[in-house]
Design a protein around this ligand. Structure first.
Ligand SMILES: [Zn+2]
Ligand SMILES: [Zn+2]
Length: 328
């Protein structure tokens, strides 16, 4: 493949969004207007135990429905491409199997929320790591915020709300280790980044406000594809394209709040090319180990056959970008 940067199409979208069909406060019109303003092209709605949303184009945004299968206290599972709503009361193993039985695929949602939070929100984790999901939500914006939200005094509370991006830390080390360990055994464990957008409304301490409006959330953790061909026009074709690319682990996870650009990452013969458009620290991970690390804006790295690599990129020591596994 001979490629130049200009021939690529960037196709960004957001995953893990709640609407009024569960505990979100927005309807599909409001959500897609927000997505459009944020420059996204597609969204995946994942209401808790509900798939009532109608798919299609809204405000020019491709809306796909999934479900966040949500038992009360643990083991949330983001199910995509399923035919019927899955009831969460039969346990974690059943959720994973039922999604596969329906021809879909899923991601363990926010699997390692912190149990040392300094606030009242109870962590919701993946409690049995012997149950292997198809994929893992390696980075969930709202979980990351809640893990690092300190509500012990009014100043810390105010800081967490007004400087919300400053308390975001990046994927949990345990989550990345679980993903790397599974990937040594299983050929393809997928990864996704979620916003977990609710646009919650509060009136405590302040006048009533929507905290974390959808548009703000869509400017945080998104997934994007780098396409060599332009995007098809019909809804069914776009939906199939997005789901197939996710299923093949082609999405790149980026926190746009760190820097709002989409680096180009692609294979060119035996080489992996990374074009960042700014200097940042690129780490290449193989079998859970960092095998290459460099601060640069442009990298060409020779790939060896039969090896799986993934890339992490940090900007000013802040977690910024994560790829799925890449191989020749
Ligand atoms: Zn959840
Ligand atoms: Zn959720």
């Amino acid at each position: 493949m001979n490629t130049t940067a200009s021939q690529f199409h960037i196709f960004p979208g957001a995953v893990h969004i709640h609407t009024t069909f569960s505990d979100g406060t927005g309807n599909i019109d409001q959500i897609t207007k927000a997505a459009k303003k944020a420059g996204l092209k597609w969204v995946i709605i994942t209401d808790h135990n509900n798939t009532d949303i109608e798919e299609g184009f809204y405000n020019g945004i491709c809306v796909i429905k999934g479900e966040e299968i949500s038992p009360e206290a643990s083991d949330h599972y983001i199910a995509l491409d399923i035919k019927n709503t899955i009831i969460p009361d039969k346990g974690i193993k059943n959720s994973v199997h039922e999604v596969r039985n329906q021809g879909g695929f899923g991601y363990a949602a926010h699997p390692d929320e912190s149990d040392t939070r300094k606030n009242n929100a109870s962590p919701i984790c993946w409690t049995d790591k012997s149950v292997i999901p198809d994929g893992i939500e390696i980075w969930n914006w709202f979980s990351d915020w809640a893990d690092n939200y300190d509500s012990s005094n009014i100043f810390k509370i105010a800081y967490a709300y007004f400087f919300k991006h400053k308390i975001i830390k990046g994927p949990h080390t345990e989550t990345l280790k679980w993903w790397d360990d599974l990937s040594k055994v299983y050929p393809c464990i997928l990864a996704i980044g979620g916003v977990d957008a609710h646009a919650l409304k509060i009136s405590k301490y302040l006048i009533p406000v929507t905290i974390f409006p959808y548009k703000d959330m869509f400017n945080t953790i998104v997934n994007y594809f780098i396409l060599e061909e332009s995007v098809p026009e019909s809804f069914e074709e776009q939906k199939n394209l997005i789901l197939n690319l996710l299923k093949r682990g082609k999405n790149i996870i980026i926190n746009r709040a760190v820097k709002n650009i989409y680096p180009l990452i692609y294979k060119n013969d035996n080489y992996l090319t990374v074009k960042l458009f700014c200097r940042a620290e690129i780490r290449i991970i193989h079998n859970g180990d960092i095998i290459f690390q460099k601060r640069t804006d442009n990298l060409s790295y020779e790939l060896e056959p039969d090896k799986k690599y993934r890339i992490e990129i940090y900007l000013n020591n802040t977690s910024w970008l994560y790829t799925n596994f890449i191989s020749l």
